[in-house]
Design a protein around this ligand. Structure first.
Ligand code: CO
Length: 134
């Protein structure tokens, strides 16, 4: 059901430091920061030959990653994103197998302008999983 790894998202407490690390120290192609007010984050896309890294930084008062950074003050892997062809079919199959889909199970438009869903980390070996329809 799942296809390619679309991205790995890393929450960072200091966006400029994260950008400098990936651009200067690791030598990656780092794009300009993008504010995503609907998602409460600023996102920086880093393009690797086979996938993407996304740096996430809180935006606004009620950012969904604020609590994560409180628990992980130096930052850390926040979620990984797998591609699916049909997000509603994937959701139905997962829910039928007992997996919990976050946010009521209705896809939202993600940072790439495509429908996404998040799966409960406790059902997936402690990892928050994003599914993106491509
Ligand atoms: Co993501």
């Amino acid at each position: 059901m799942i296809g390619r790894l679309n991205h790995v998202a890393i929450a960072v407490p200091d966006l400029d430091a994260g950008i400098a690390l990936y651009r200067d120290t690791l030598g990656a192609k780092v794009n300009a920061p993008q504010d995503e007010p609907d998602h409460g984050v600023t996102v920086v896309f880093i393009e690797l030959p086979n996938t993407k890294i996304e740096l996430l930084h809180p935006l606004g008062e009620n950012s969904p990653i604020a609590a994560f950074l409180e628990k992980n003050p130096t930052g850390g892997i926040h979620h990984i994103c797998y591609e699916v062809d049909d997000i509603l079919a994937a959701r139905d199959k997962l829910q039928a197998s007992g997996a919990r889909v976050l946010g009521g199970g209705e896809p939202k438009i993600g940072a790439h302008g495509k429908p996404v869903l998040f799966l409960h980390p406790k059902d997936f070996t402690g990892t928050l999983i994003e599914l993106e329809q491509v």
